[in-house]
Ligand binder design. Structure first.
Ligand code: 5GP
Ligand code: MG
Ligand code: MG
Length: 187
């Protein structure tokens, strides 16, 4: 319940489903990274912020390794159809990641262009390993193949909001993931 209720046409993933999935992903990562002694989680702002907060705590609850939290903000150059996958860094990592095991925490993999660039960037900074946990993926929208080891939900190629995902910087605090009424876009 919230100010946004009338704007949501359909709930795609409920709060309970999100919680269960985050914990399932955390268990897989805890198992796979059992033998490392530290992990650096890189959250891609702003969409992945809720996921980062919940995933990092779920990972500890699942017996995972100690983590450090880093945040990056990036934006795609240009717009529309000529997306080259060239990305501008708005906020870089605060520290050196050389020799560290890194996991990128992504909200949603759409075309894959941003993530593909980011993976190359992190590898160029000499991370010891780089894996990706993405809460959502739109398989029908993929333009470049990108290795995403852990995926929460494959969703239809529709624009979704909530749990960090915005429309025009709004709806990030919506605790579930849903689709907006078409009216919202014409306001
Ligand atoms: P791409 O994979 O196309 O390079 O970019 C993915 C980014 O686009 C995501 O991290 C997210 O910020 C944004 N995005 C993609 N699909 C959606 C969507 O359905 N809803 C929202 N709110 N953002 C999306
Ligand atoms: Mg993102
Ligand atoms: Mg956005």
């Amino acid at each position: 319940m919230g100010w946004y209720d009338a704007d949501i046409e359909r709930v795609i993933i409920t709060e309970d489903e999100l919680r269960a999935k985050v914990s399932e992903l955390a268990k897989q990562v805890a198992t796979d990274y059992e033998s490392v002694d530290g992990l650096l989680l890189v959250c891609v702002l702003k969409g992945a912020v809720m996921f980062m907060a919940d995933f990092s705590r779920a990972l500890a609850a699942a017996g995972g390794p100690a983590v450090e939290l880093e945040f990056m903000a990036v934006s795609s150059y240009g717009q529309g159809t000529t997306s080259s996958g060239v990305v501008r860094i708005i906020k870089d990592l605060d520290r050196d990641i050389a020799g560290k095991h890194v996991i990128v925490i992504e909200d949603i993999v759409d075309s894959g262009l941003t993530l593909s660039w980011l993976l190359r960037y992190l590898e160029s900074r000499s991370a010891k390993s780089v894996d990706v946990v993405a809460l959502f993926r739109k398989p029908d929208a993929i333009k470049v193949p990108v290795p995403v080891k852990y995926v929460g939900f494959d969703i239809p190629n529709e624009f979704v909001v909530g749990y960090g995902l915005d429309y025009s910087e709004r709806y990030r605090e919506v605790p579930f993931v849903g689709i907006l009424h078409p009216d919202v876009y014409s306001r």
